[in-house]
Design a protein around this ligand. Sequence first.
Ligand code: AHG
Ligand code: MN
Ligand code: MN
Length: 339
Amino acid sequence: MITLDEYVIKKQNEHPGATGELTALLGAIKLATKVVNREINKAGLVDIIGTTGVENIQGEVQQKMDLFANDKFKAALEARGQVCGIASEEDDEEVIFNTKTGNNCKYVVLMDPLDGSSNMDVNVSVGTIFSIYRRISPLGQPATLEDFLQPGSEQVVAGYVMYGSSTILVYTTGNGVHGFTCDPSLGVFYLSHENITFPDNGSIYSINEGNYLKFPLGVKKYLKYCQEIDEPTKRPYTSRYIGSLAPDVHRNMLKGGIYIYPSTASAPNGKLRLLYECNPMAFLVEQAGGKATDGFQRILDIEPTEIHQRVPFFCGNTNMVEDVEAMMAEFSADCDSRK
Ligand code: AHG
Ligand code: MN
Ligand code: MN
C-alpha cells in the first residue's frame, strides 16, 4: 500500500533538482481536503448545508460549504508557505499573499474549492478542483494578475477530489493520472488507481438535456446520434449526468464517455469556468488519453483574459469528442469564438 505522500516523494526524487515545494503544496491541499471531507460527512447532522443567501461575483448564490471550503483551502495553502496567491471561484478577485514568505513563493493556485455544492443538500457527490502554475512575475515581489492568466498548457499540476461513496484525490503532473482513495478510519490517502486511462470505446454521454432547446444545432445532432440504434458502435449510448463536474468526468474517464456543457442560447459561453474548472479537468483528461475542447479548439490553448471567464466544454474519449466536433463544424460554425 503506497500513500499519497510516499508516491509524491517518490516521483519528486525522480526529478533531480526538485526542491520539495510542490510536495509541500500538495500536502496543504490534502490537509484541507480532509477537513472539508470531515464536514461534508456531517451534512444533515450539523448546520452546514443550504445557502448563505449571498451571491458570488458570478451571480450565483453561495452555499455555506462553498465558503467553508474556500476558507480552509486558502488557510492551508497560505500557512504552508509555498504559494504566492490564489484565485478561487468564491473570491471576486485573485488573493495575493503579500508577505515576505508569499512573495518568495514560486506557485499560484487556481481552484474551485467545492464544485457542485448544491448536490450536498441531497447527499450526492461533490468535488474540489485545483490547478497549479509556476508564477511568471519575478520572485520577491507580490504576484500579479498575469500569473493567474496563463493558458492551461502551462499547468504544472492539476487535480480533483471527489467526495463520493468514497473520497478520492486524482492528480496529474503531466506524467499520467493517478488516484488515491482515502481510508476514513486513518485519514490516509492510498494509491488505488495508478495510470488512469480512458477505455478505447466510450458509451456514456453526460449533459444537462433539460437545456436541449437552447443548444447549438451541432450538439442537438450529436445527442440524436448518441440515441440512435447501431449495434457495432454500441449505440444508443447511456445517459448519465450528476451535475457535478469532477464525479461526472471521473466516471467517464474510468468507464468511457463524454461530458458536454455547451454554449446555450441564454449563456453563449456556457456555464463552466475556464481557469479553475475546465483547464484542470482538460489537463487530466488529456493525460488520460482523452480530448478536451470548446467544440472547436483545444481548451489548454485558450489565452485567458479574466479570472472568472466561462467557456463551452466538451471532454472525454477522443473519438467521441471528435464526433461532436465534426457536427459542431458542420452545423454550428457560428459558435466558434475565434470567428
Ligand atoms: P457550481 O460551480 O455552481 O457548483 O456548478 C456546478 C457545475 C458543474 O459541476 C456541473 O457539471 C454543472 O455546473 C451543472 O450545471 P447545470 O445544473 O446547469 O447542469
Ligand atoms: Mn464550480
Ligand atoms: Mn464552487
